[in-house]
Write a protein that binds this ligand. Structure first.
Ligand SMILES: Nc1ncnc2c1ncn2[C@@H]1O[C@H](COP(=O)(O)OP(=O)(O)O)[C@@H](O)[C@H]1O
Ligand SMILES: [Mg+2]
Length: 385
């Protein structure tokens, strides 16, 4: 019998995208072939404590609709079921310090590596998950993991440095003004004046390091700018004010190549907002009023232009030295110019999310995509590469 690959699925997390991550874990758990993999779920609770995760997709789905990684308490390992999966029971959460727990789980991760798993699969979105922090921890412990390394993750999470890298690579981005917490404290008038001089309304005000549209607002008039900046600061003290772009939202899924092969770009998808003019892809549309949009796959884009966008998506992957995967999101302006909006090193990854569906349409099923990502993670060296 072939030895199973032991995969630590890490989900939950401290960001605003905790629930989304639990749903992703449920989806991935269901799709992974139990003949091929032994799965060790590890949950990170909203307060940052680490617990043994849940193997039951239904419990995870419950966690995704508002609970914590483990729904109501800490999970205690009971034993191993007939199908080889671990069985857990819930116990009430004890009072333990998040820091102490984190430190002990870091140590555990180090020893778990040799004893319990071969590769980690972080399914975390947002800060402290998608931003290089957990990647750094895994690097320190010498553990192979799925997806981008520390730098690509950190730069991909930060909408300010993302633009710095994209611009340096000659890729087009929307103009923006950076508003650090310090600058907003010291010279808010100068910030407003700079926005007035360099951008035209509407503008989008965004927390630099967030996702799922959390903290973002569309601002139509200068009088609303200050409130929007302060609203974004509640999510991240660092904020960017960005030129509003009128255009279609086109996305491309990029998957790393094996060895020296080039990264692979999927067919294109489009996010079509159905709810009328002036609306955008906000948190509500993404997760609550999900009737308000649909995905058009493949996106109807003239073939030459589509090819150009796919090439640009690969350039983004390479500019950041991404690994494994990233989803590159574009605006296609009325003039037909693609502008890079952002890329996500851990994109939405449920079976019905854009990234897996784009690969499905390109010829790679959800299960095969997971296999690819795990094999890419296992074949690359740990440490500097
Ligand atoms: N400059 C812009 N012009 C027009 N719409 C924008 C702009 N920036 C963001 N949006 C809208 O807001 C959504 C979320 O913004 P985005 O930068 O992708 O943040 P997130 O990382 O939260 O997904 C986009 O999908 C788009 O609908
Ligand atoms: Mg986005």
């Amino acid at each position: 019998m072939v030895k199973k690959i032991r995969v630590a699925l890490i989900y939950g997390g401290m960001s605003g995208e905790h629930s989304v991550s639990c749903l992703t874990a449920a989806s991935v758990l269901k799709a992974m072939d139990p003949q091929k993999y032994e799965i060790l779920p590890i949950g990170i609770r909203r307060d940052g404590t680490w617990v043994s995760g849940v193997s039951d997709p239904e419990l995870l789905e419950a966690a995704g609709s508002g609970g914590d990684v483990d729904s109501s308490g800490e999970l205690v390992l009971l034993g191993t079921g007939e199908d080889g999966r671990h069985l857990y029971t819930l116990s009430p959460t004890g009072a333990h310090s998040p820091t102490a727990e984190l430190i002990s789980s870091r140590t555990n991760l180090g020893s778990l590596r040799r004893e319990s798993f071969d590769v980690a699969f972080p399914l975390l979105h947002g800060p402290f998950g998608e931003d290089g922090t957990i990647q750094g921890m895994l690097e320190m412990a010498g553990i192979p993991y799925v997806g981008s390394g520390v730098f690509a993750s950190a730069a991909g999470m930060d909408k300010h440095y993302m633009k710095v890298v994209l611009e340096a690579a000659g890729l087009p981005v929307a103009p923006y003004v950076l508003v650090t917490a310090k600058r907003w404290r010291i010279e808010p008038d100068a910030v407003c004046a700079e926005v007035k001089e360099r951008l035209t309304y509407p503008v989008f005000v965004k927390p630099a390091r967030a996702g799922s549209s959390l903290g973002i607002s569309k601002v139509n008039r200068p009088e609303e700018l200050a409130a929007a900046i302060e609203f974004a600061q509640a999510t991240d003290p660092k904020v960017i004010v960005e030129q509003g772009v009128e255009g279609r939202e086109i996305e491309c899924a990029v998957l790393g190549g094996h060895g020296d092969e080039s990264p692979r770009a999927s067919v294109l998808g489009e996010i079509v907002i159905d709810s009328g003019p002036g609306t955008w892809y906000d948190y509500e549309t993404k997760y609550i009023e999900t009737e308000g949009f649909h995905m058009e796959i493949p996106a109807v884009v003239e073939p030459g232009k589509a090819e150009r966008i796919r090439e640009m998506a690969v350039q983004v992957f390479e500019a950041f030295e991404c690994e494994g995967m990233t989803r590159v999101d574009f605006f296609l302006t009325k003039e037909g110019e693609p502008i890079v909006n952002e890329h996500n090193t851990i994109p939405g990854f449920t079976a019905v999310s854009m990234y897996p569906i784009l690969w499905e349409h390109t010829g790679l099923s959800y299960g095969a995509l997971i296999d690819e990502l795990i094999s890419l993670a296992l074949e690359r060296p740990v440490g500097l590469r």
